[in-house]
Design a binder for this molecule. Sequence first.
Ligand code: ADP
Ligand code: MG
Length: 341
Amino acid sequence: MKILLLAGGESNERAVSLDSGEAIYESLKISGHIVYAIDPISGKSLLNSDGSYIEYERDETGRAVVPPRASGWSLVKTLGSPAFQDIDIVFIAMHGGFGEDGMLQCLLELAGRKHTGSEMEASAIAMDKAIAKRLCISANINTAQFSLYRLGATNIPDEVIFEIAEKFKFPVIVKPNDGGSTIALSKVEKVEDLKDALELCANESPNVLIEQFIGGREVTAAVLDGEPLPIVEIITKNDLYDYEAKYQKGMTEYIAPAQITDELTVRIQTAASQIYKIIGCAGLARADFIIDENDNFYFLELNTLPGMTELSLAPMAAKASGLEFDELINRMIGSAIEKKI
Ligand SMILES: Nc1ncnc2c1ncn2[C@@H]1O[C@H](COP(=O)(O)OP(=O)(O)O)[C@@H](O)[C@H]1O
Ligand SMILES: [Mg+2]
């Protein structure tokens, strides 16, 4: 099959996307596909002339350097160029922002291209954490109590601070409603620290989500084509599953399948499949939950483009069900091909 792989982008998760892209690229090659790989931001190939995957540039903090943005229509031009006319599918390995929020999906759908994962609407819904939580509530799935504010990056109104302090018990979580990789997220223990956390968050996104902090065990439930995969438990050395815990080796231990009762496993898997369905996902997606000491579980968010390195959570869940990485990639291609456009 002829596949156009898209990775990179300009979100905070660029490095993760390029790593996912590399793992997917190697797997697609092993399976004998013809693969083009492009960064939709620069419009440039991610492959060297010998067919090897590029090494990307990192800044001093280890984040991938974002290349200059080509004209907004570079991807449209790429899709229209003669070389890509006979592409069978587009494999999306983007995380966060334009790659995951439905815009890229919209562009591909308008161009009549089949792509892996969820379509435009589901991608946009899942990217909006508050909307995904409201859908959960409508399906009687627990999610932490929350409030959504639209704030400027400076001059946080005192009324907002008062309102939060009145409505919630501390600690609370402050996070961008449309962010990822635990960036600009804070656990706030006392009202005095709220302002800084709100400013940090509003600098990342004007849509600031306040959530009741839920203490407990963290698990993630991947769903493939509507069917739940084994649950993975995340045990991190840090207080939260933050950026360092997510991407620095040795900071977090993963247990697949999670050591929880069969009954709780089924309840969480059922909830994850239900959320996948009400959001309208396709292909692979992954929902995050926290389980409290009474075995009540709370939905945090659903990722329509989960990390796809061989060590990422969704591939780990697939492996625990006997589905190796290369088979998972081919399953994702299979579901994309079956889509009606
Ligand atoms: N309400 C909450 N209670 C406790 N921990 C939370 C809560 N919300 C987020 N976290 C912690 O922060 C991490 C990231 O939050 P999440 O909503 O999944 O956003 P992201 O898109 O950044 O992954 C979670 O994996 C969890 O460790
Ligand atoms: Mg998460």
